[in-house]
Design a protein around this ligand. Structure first.
Ligand code: GLN
Length: 550
C-alpha cells in the first residue's frame, strides 16, 4: 500500500447537515495544495447498492465509471475533487454482509465463527485500503450519525484502521449540529456534547470538530464544546449555513481548519483556490442575460433526484456568464396540456433520464415540440429515446413507442426495444447496461464538434480522444436497458434526426442530433455524471452557449 493519509468523517446529532460537503471541501482544499485526494462513502444500509432505491426518497442514483449504482454523495465527491469514483468508493453494509456470507457459504472461513468483529470490521478496512490505493489522502465519510446501531461496526473499523496505519496518519473529523432554540433564543450545545461523548466512548477523539449552525455562532459556543469534550479549542470550528455548497471550501479556509490540515500533511503550502474563487464569483454574479431552461421530469421540485443534471446546467451557465432559471415542467401535466402553452416561454428544454410509463407521453410531446419549433433541446438517456420516438412518429410511424411503454417485441412500432441480454431482468438490481461505454462520433456532426472543442480548449477530456483524421471517440457512463431499434432509422431520419454517434461496432445508437436546428442533441448516455464545476461537460456548456448566442 502506498503511504497514504486518511481522514475519517463522522457525524453527530443529525444526519443531512452537510457532512459530505464539508469532507469534500476539505478534499478540494487538499487537492488545491497539490495532493491526489480520493473519497469513499461507508453507508450502513443493508442494501447492496443504490440501484433499487426510490429516487424520491434518496435522490439521484449516481453511476460510477465501472458500473456501480450508488447514491448522490459520490456525485458531490466527483464534482469537488474532479476524480472518478469507482466500485471501491462506496461501501454499503449490505455489500459487506453479502461478501462475508458468500465467503462463509463457500467454506472460506475454514470452520471459524464469522462475527461483526473482526470479520465485518476487517473487510471494511480492506475496502478502505483498496479505495485509497495510489492516493496521497483518502477521505472516508461514514453515513448516518455516531451511535446508530447499524453504523457501529464502521466506527469500530475506522478506529482499528489507525492501529494499522498509525494514528498520526489518520485525522478524525466530526461534524455536529448545534440547534437554535427560538423560544429561549439560544444555541444549544448539549446534543453536540453528547454526540462527542458517544464518539469518545467508541475510542475516537476527533482532531477537528465542525460545528454546523444556521447562522454564524460566537466563539464561546465552540469553546464550550471544546471544554466539555476534552478537545483543543483551536480544533473546534464553526461552519454556518451558506447559499452555495461551492462556497463551503472558502468557509472551511476561513474557519482556521487549514492549519490543522497543514500540520496533518506536514506542509504549509498555500492551496491554489483561484479557479474555485472564479467559479464561486460567477455563481454569485447577477449577469445581464438570464436563460430559462425547462426540465421536463416526473419527480418535479426535488432537485436531488436530478442533481447532476441541475449542477451541470448551473455550472454551464456560470461558465457562459449568464443567469440560469430552472423551470420544472411536470411531464404528466404536459400530457393533458398544450405543449405550446407550457413550453413557449422557455429558452431550451432538457429531458433527463427516467424509468416507467408515468409522464412519458409528456416527455415525447416535449421532444416533438422542440423538434418542430426549433426549441433548443438536450436529451439525456430517456431524453434521447423520447426524441427518437417523436422523430419516428413525425416520420410516419404514427404509433412509435418503446417496449418499456407499451410496444411489445412483436409490435410494428417498437422504435426503442430491449436488448437481448436485458430481457426478463426489469425488476432486478445491477443488471442494466451500466458504467462507461465508448462511442464513436460521426465526423462533421455538431456532436463531434462539441466534444472536439471541449478537448481543444482544454476544458474537458474524460476519455474523449480527437484522432488525427478528425474522428472523435468518447466514453460516457450509461444506465439503461433499452436501445434504439435501427430498423426505424429511415423514419427517424425522415422525422428530423440524424445519428451522430454509435457504439464502436455501430450496433448501438449513442447520439442523435437534428441537423439545421439551433441545438438539438441527445445521447443514450448520462454525460451529467462527468460534468464538474471547474470542467463543465461540453454538451451542457454548448447547449447554454448556443442559447446565449441566439
Ligand atoms: N428507461 C430507459 C431505459 O431503461 C432509460 C433509462 C434512463 O433514462 N436512465 O433504457
Amino acid at each position: 500500500m502506498k503511504r497514504c493519509k486518511y481522514i475519517f468523517v463522522t457525524g453527530g446529532v443529525l444526519s443531512g447537515v452537510g457532512k459530505g460537503i464539508t469532507a469534500a471541501s476539505m478534499g478540494a482544499i487538499l487537492k488545491a495544495k497539490g495532493y491526489k485526494v480520493t473519497m469513499q462513502k461507508c453507508d450502513p444500509y443493508l442494501n447492496v447498492d443504490a440501484g433499487l432505491l426510490n429516487p424520491v426518497e434518496h435522490g439521484e442514483c449516481f453511476v460510477t465509471h465501472d458500473g456501480v449504482e450508488t447514491d448522490l454523495d459520490l456525485g458531490h465527491y466527483e464534482r469537488f475533487l474532479d476524480f472518478e469514483t469507482s466500485k471501491y468508493s462506496i461501501t454499503l453494509s449490505g455489500s459487506i454482509y453479502k461478501e462475508l456470507i458468500e465467503r462463509e457459504r463457500a467454506g472460506g472461513f475454514k470452520g471459524k465463527t464469522v462475527q461483526l468483529v473482526p470479520h465485518f470490521t476487517d473487510l471494511v478496512q480492506e475496502k478502505i485500503a483498496l479505495a485509497s490505493k495510489d492516493s496521497d489522502i483518502h477521505i472516508v465519510e461514514i453515513g448516518g450519525t455516531v451511535g446508530d446501531y447499524e453504523g457501529l461496526p464502521f466506527i469500530e473499523a475506522i478506529r482499528l484502521f489507525a492501529n494499522k496505519v498509525g494514528r498520526r496518519n489518520c485525522l478524525y473529523l466530526s461534524v455536529v449540529y448545534v440547534p437554535w432554540i427560538n423560544t429561549s433564543k439560544e444555541l444549544k450545545t448539549k446534543p453536540a456534547q453528547n454526540a462527542l461523548k458517544d464518539l469518545r466512548g467508541f475510542g475516537i477523539i476527533p482532531d477537528i470538530v465542525c460545528v454546523r449552525t444556521e447562522k454564524p455562532c460566537s466563539r464561546s459556543i465552540c469553546e464550550k464544546i471544546a471544554a466539555f469534550s476534552g478537545i483543543s479549542s483551536d480544533a473546534v470550528v464553526n461552519l454556518p449555513d451558506i447559499n452555495s455548497v461551492y462556497d463551503v471550501p472558502f468557509n472551511v479556509l476561513k474557519s482556521g481548519v487549514l492549519q490543522i490540515l497543514n500540520d496533518f500533511v506536514g506542509d504549509e503550502k498555500v492551496p491554489d483556490m483561484s479557479k474555485w474563487a472564479d467559479f464561486s464569483a460567477w455563481r454569485a454574479t447577477d449577469f445581464d442575460k438570464t436563460i430559462t431552461i425547462g426540465l421536463v421530469a416526473k419527480y418535479v421540485g426535488n432537485e436531488d433526484t436530478y442533481i447532476c443534471v441541475t449542477e451541470a446546467l448551473k455550472a454551464a451557465a456560470a461558465h457562459n456568464h449568464v443567469n440560469l432559471e430552472l423551470k420544472w415542467i411536470n411531464a404528466e401535466d404536459l400530457e393533458n396540456e398544450s405543449a405550446e402553452k407550457m413550453l413557449k416561454d422557455l429558452d431550451g428544454i432538457v429531458v433527463p433520464g427516467g424509468f416507467g410509463t408515468r409522464g412519458v407521453e409528456g416527455k415525447i410531446k416535449a421532444a416533438e415540440y422542440a423538434l418542430l419549433n426549433d426549441l433548443p433541446y438536450l436529451g439525456l438517456c430517456l431524453g434521447m429515446q423520447v426524441a427518437c420516438i417523436a422523430a419516428a412518429r413525425n416520420g410516419g410511424v404514427k404509433d412509435a413507442n418503446s417496449e418499456e411503454f407499451g410496444a411489445t417485441e412483436k409490435s410494428e412500432n417498437n422504435v426503442i426495444y430491449i436488448m437481448d441480454d436485458q430481457k426478463g431482468k426489469e425488476q432486478t438490481g445491477g443488471t442494466m447496461r451500466l458504467g462507461d461505454y465508448p462511442a464513436k462520433l460521426k465526423r462533421g456532426t455538431l456532436t463531434a464538434d462539441i466534444y472536439r472543442e471541449g478537448v481543444e480548449k482544454g476544458i474537458y477530456t474524460y476519455g474523449t480522444k480527437v484522432l488525427k483524421n478528425g474522428d472523435v471517440n468518447v466514453v460516457e457512463r450509461h444506465r439503461h436497458r433499452y436501445e434504439v431499434n435501427q430498423k426505424f432509422l429511415p423514419e427517424i431520419r425522415k422525422g428530423g434526426l440524424e445519428i451522430s454517434g454509435t457504439s464502436p461496432d455501430g450496433k448501438l445508437v449513442e447520439f442523435v442530433e437534428a441537423p439545421g436546428k439551433k441545438f438539438f442533441v441527445a445521447t443514450q448516455a448520462h454525460p451529467e455524471f462527468k460534468s464538474r464545476p471547474l470542467a463543465v461537460h461540453p454538451l451542457f456548456y454548448q447547449f447554454i452557449k448556443s442559447i446565449k448566442n441566439i
